[in-house]
Design a protein around this ligand. Structure first.
Ligand code: SF4
Length: 127
C-alpha cells in the first residue's frame, strides 16, 4: 500500500512538472518577436531612421524651438568636443557655415553648430 502511494505521488509529480515545462516552452515560443532587434534601432543601437536634413538646418538660435533644444540635449551636443579626433567639422552630418559665419549646421540638429562641437551621433566623414 505504501509503495502504491509513493508510486502515485511520483507519477503525479512528474506529470505536473511536464505540464508546467510544456506551458513554459509554449509561452516562450509564442513570443518569438522578443529575440528580434527592435525595428527602430541598428546594430549600433542608434535609431535606424535618421531624420531627414531639415531645409533650414542652419538657423539662428533665436529661431530654435524648445524641441530643438531638447533634441540637442538628448543627443549630447556640446560646443567643445571631449574627443580630440571627433568634432562636428569632420562629421559627415555637418553643414559648413555660410559665407564668413562662425557656426555651421547639422543634418540632425537645427540651429547653429560649432565646428569644434560634438554629439553622440558623430559619423566619420568619408573621402
Ligand atoms: S557631431 Fe553631431 S552635432 Fe556635430 S555635425 Fe555630427 S551629428 Fe551634427
Amino acid at each position: 500500500m505504501q509503495d502504491r502511494r509513493k508510486f502515485l505521488r511520483q507519477v503525479f509529480f512528474s506529470a505536473g512538472t511536464a505540464i508546467a515545462g510544456a506551458a513554459l516552452l509554449q509561452a516562450c515560443g509564442n513570443d518569438s518577436h522578443t529575440t528580434d532587434k527592435p525595428a527602430d534601432t541598428t546594430a549600433s543601437g542608434k535609431p535606424a531612421a535618421v531624420p531627414e536634413a531639415p531645409a533650414n538646418a542652419i538657423i539662428d538660435s533665436a529661431q530654435m524651438t524648445q524641441e530643438d533644444f531638447d533634441k540637442r540635449k538628448n543627443l549630447g551636443y556640446v560646443e567643445k568636443t571631449p574627443m580630440e579626433d571627433k568634432h562636428c567639422e569632420n562629421c559627415a552630418l555637418y553643414l559648413r557655415p555660410e559665407g564668413d559665419k562662425k557656426y555651421g549646421g547639422c543634418q540632425l540638429l537645427r540651429g547653429p553648430i560649432a565646428p569644434g562641437g560634438y554629439c553622440t551621433y558623430w559619423a566619420e566623414k568619408q573621402g
